[in-house]
Design a binder for this molecule. Structure first.
Ligand code: FAD
Length: 517
């Protein structure tokens, strides 16, 4: 028979190559280099290095091809846009929408989306990495701050990378004057910590390098960590005692199947597909898929006043999506004064493009996005249908999701707050804040939430190990149990580091204390 492209056995199999899977692989390798670690990813490699951010692909056509290649089985490889649903809904470039189960109950997530590629959504993200504050923080993760430090190192986070962009200083000053009163120093208006590095190209020009999971992986792929793209993990396999013994995979290139033995499996397959794989594997704790939350979001655009524009020199090089002039400012979440996460971006950096705005000098228009924390409830959930399949042949997702009265109040307050911030900056372009449909934040959380104890309201412990299934770990935004408004990836990478350190230590102890060989 043809030799399988998969190893027969590894120590740790990681499912999914986004920031969470990449952080697990890197941390395992750094802490226990002797472990055999392999990453299995359903989507293709887009770039060299694998898992790079698509914004770093300079050629627009090549970048478009990479985005289409991330958009799942229904994408048109030669198209200009992501695939649209029959009723006209469309995801952002690099993503594809949930199928017809997007609203099995309530409003659902009309623009709930995923990415299938090496790097996951982390090859397409905006790179904003704010730290959670107040009630956003997970109080039972004792070393959270140190883990966040490490997550910043792995993601290459730098608040100064684009802080000097034209007009960004003026934006922060205007916002700070209006919003900083009584805030603690670390929660005042400030440059957004971004997973971005400033670098100088061959011609001496400065440009931004956006961190994708390739940055998180570092050089581990050159040092023995395996990467298996275009590989659907169909099931996690368990032994007669219920402990993990490996994974069942399907090669998407030729349809062949294989089993890979592994004592530890880490499912980092995003907040919608991690519970899907557990469900398909018969691992169905009561909280699986529940507590689903997406951060309700409002937007408003502003034109800076003429006197502010007049006070700043025009940057000849500004105006492209990957130019360093794209300033991003942060209005941190604050329980008492401002229970929203404010992201203020020069328009060309905004993830929600506004082609309707008139052309002007770069930086003159500023987009404000205010994220709310969702009123988290067990009944908001993704379930899976055993009688129907998605485009990959996995149990089809069915989303039950609704905003509550509490959410309506939070959204109303967010609209008031964003309008006040916009007035502080200049002249709002829109008459009123625009409320985005559910799913827009792309920050889905809660579906495999972590908990202090196995009380039925969580899926895993503080290390990400699934209650009652030794060796099965989960990773990703689905672990976050708190109501958060800030972008989740920094926290997700921090939690992945904590889990991976725990496994590295335990497996090392097991090897050392084993049969002495
Ligand atoms: P993902 O990155 O989604 O990776 C999961 C991977 O698992 C995917 O590659 C998928 O193909 C793979 N997979 C799924 N099922 C299987 C299976 N059965 N077998 C094998 N592989 C499988 N977050 C922020 O914090 N800040 C931001 O500024 C920000 N901006 C964003 C802007 C955009 C346009 C997008 C799309 C996202 C943004 N996000 C942002 C969200 C951020 O990208 C995610 O939080 C992050 O990527 C989650 O990491 P992850 O590894 O858990 O999941």
């Amino acid at each position: 028979r043809l030799e399988s492209r998969y190893p027969d056995a590894v120590d740790v199999a990681v499912v999914g190559s986004g920031p969470a899977g990449a952080a697990w692989a890197r941390t395992l390798h750094e802490n226990a280099p002797h472990l055999r670690v392999a990453v299995f990813e359903v989507g293709p490699v887009l770039s060299d290095p694998a898992g790079d951010h698509v914004k770093n692909i300079a050629d627009p056509q090549a970048r478009r091809r990479a985005q289409r290649a991330s958009e799942g089985p229904a994408a048109d490889p030669d198209g200009d846009q992501p695939p649209a649903s029959a009723d006209g809904r469309r995801g952002r470039p690099g993503t594809f929408l949930l199928g017809d189960g997007f609203a099995a109950g309530g409003t659902g997530l009309p623009v709930g989306a995923m990415s299938s590629n090496v790097g996951g959504m982390g090859a397409h993200w905006t790179c904003a990495c704010p730290r959670p504050g107040g009630t956003e923080r997970i109080d039972f993760v004792e070393d959270l701050d140190e883990l966040l430090d490490e997550a910043e190192r792995l993601l290459g986070v730098d608040a100064r990378a684009l802080a000097g962009a034209p007009l960004a200083g003026q934006v922060r000053e205007l916002l700070g004057t209006a919003l900083d009163a009584d805030r603690p120093a670390d929660r005042r208006v400030q440059p957004m910590p971004l997973a971005v590095r400033r670098e100088v190209d061959g011609t001496g020009a400065a440009r931004a390098h956006w961190s994708g999971p390739s940055v998180v992986l570092g050089d581990v792929l050159e040092h023995g960590v395996g990467l298996h793209p275009e590989t659907l993990v169909e099931r996690v396999l368990r032994d007669e005692h219920g402990a993990v013994r490996g994974i069942a995979v399907r090669d998407r290139r030729d349809g062949s199947t294989a089993e890979v033995a592994a004592g530890v499996v880490v499912v980092a397959a995003d907040a919608l597909r991690t519970p899907q794989l557990l469900f398909a594997s018969g691992v169905r704790p009561p909280a699986l898929g529940r507590y689903l939350n997406d951060q309700p979001q409002v937007l408003l655009a502003v034109r800076l006043p003429d006197e502010v524009l007049a006070g700043d020199a025009v940057d000849e090089h500004a105006g492209t999506a990957i130019d360093g002039s794209s300033g991003v400012s942060w209005v941190p979440f604050d329980d008492d004064r401002h229970p929203f996460h404010g992201q203020v971006m020069q328009m060309d950096a905004s993830p929600v493009p506004r082609p309707d705005l008139p052309a002007d000098r770069p930086g003159a228009y500023v987009g404000l996005g205010w994220f709310c924390a969702k009123d988290v409830r067990a009944q908001d959930r993704v379930e899976f249908d055993e009688s129907a399949t998605d485009d990959y042949g996995m149990p089809a997702p069915r989303v039950h999701y609704e905003l509550t009265d509490v959410d309506a109040q939070r959204l109303a307050a967010a609209k008031t707050a964003i309008a006040a911030a916009a007035r502080a900056l200049g002249r709002p372009i829109d008459d009123a804040p625009i409320e985005l449909p559910a799913g827009s934040s792309l920050h889905y959380q809660g579906t495999t939430r972590m908990g202090r104890t196995d009380d039925g309201t969580s899926v895993c412990d503080v290390n990400g190990e699934v209650w009652g299934v030794p060796g099965l770990f989960v990773a990703g935004n689905g672990l976050i149990p708190t109501e958060t408004a800030c972008n989740p990836t920094l926290t997700t990478v921090a939690l992945a580091v904590g889990g991976a350190r725990h496994v590295a230590k335990n497996l090392a102890t097991r090897t050392e204390g084993g049969d002495g060989s």
